[in-house]
Design a protein around this ligand. Structure first.
Ligand SMILES: Nc1ncnc2c1ncn2[C@@H]1O[C@H](COP(=O)(O)OP(=O)(O)OP(=O)(O)O)[C@@H](O)[C@H]1O
Length: 239
């Protein structure tokens, strides 16, 4: 479903922001990506989504190399970035229809899914208003609804819980679980260790650009008989 093979990226010659990461995520899995500030999470996600190219290595999304076959690869996933930057002079409904057009979502499917996601997130009544009248959380919920609209094989999110109230965060976590149960795959970054531990099949820990753990939370914890928080703090402390 998602494979990273020896992926590296430097913004300047002095250090690698991402250093030789390899990772395999299977269909139906939900994987949380954690690491301290500046560890390389967003850089990794930008390479997965084709926003930047790796200096070395390859990213295979749903069997397609994101660098060699970008258009087809990009059709098979959707992405919610960490900042809900969005054209804000259009109405919410127009944004959703634009995304549905991009991903060839049928009229019936889009109507049903738009209603489902936006009613669940309680932004349905705001869809006829322009996005510049939305709060940060409403924009985030619109972006998440748009990203779920095509029922993507792979759903990628960069710190999606930031700025969401507890009700909305619970809804998103339930939608992520539901997406995986119905055969989709979810990869998301977060600083919320408890959420990652409870929600994810596997946890990937990145530190200073290197992947230092990739396993179930249970296996990671069993190795040293500590909490995930204690292990995370120990593994990522500055020497
Ligand atoms: N556009 C850029 N130009 C130069 N350096 C960058 C750029 N983007 C990121 N970096 C550097 O690359 C490293 C990894 O940054 P990245 O944003 O991937 O980390 P992150 O794990 O997402 O951090 P955070 O949790 O703070 O969002 C950092 O040292 C950062 O300063």
């Amino acid at each position: 479903m998602l494979t990273l093979k020896n992926v590296s990226k430097s913004y300047d010659k002095s250090k690698k922001a991402v250093d030789n990461i390899s990772l395999e995520i299977n269909k139906g899995e939900i994987v949380g990506f954690i690491g301290p500030n500046g560890a390389g999470k967003t850089t990794t996600i930008k390479m997965i989504t084709g926003m930047i190219s790796p200096d070395e290595g390859s990213v295979i999304v749903n069997g397609l190399d994101i660098t060699k076959n970008p258009v087809e690869a990009k059709k098979s996933f959707t992405f919610v970035p960490d900042h809900p930057a969005i054209f804000d002079s259009i109405k919410g409904i127009d944004y959703l229809n634009f995304i549905a057009d991009m991903y060839d979502v049928s009229i019936n499917d889009r109507k049903e899914r738009i209603e489902k996601f936006t009613k669940t997130f309680q932004i349905y009544d705001a869809l006829t208003k322009t996005i510049n009248s939305y709060s940060h959380g409403m924009r985030q919920k619109l972006l998440i609804s748009a990203a779920l609209l095509p029922n993507p094989k792979l759903f990628i999110l960069d710190e999606p819980l930031v700025g969401l109230d507890p009700h909305s965060a619970k809804i998103l976590k339930d939608l992520m679980k539901e997406h995986c149960k119905s055969g989709g795959t979810v990869f998301f970054s977060s600083h919320l260790l408890e959420v990652v531990e409870n929600l994810c099949d596997k946890v990937a820990i990145i530190h200073k650009g290197s992947l230092i753990a990739y396993d179930t939370a249970e296996n990671i914890k069993n190795k040293s008989n500590s909490t995930l928080e204690e292990i995370f703090l120990e593994m990522t402390k500055d020497e």
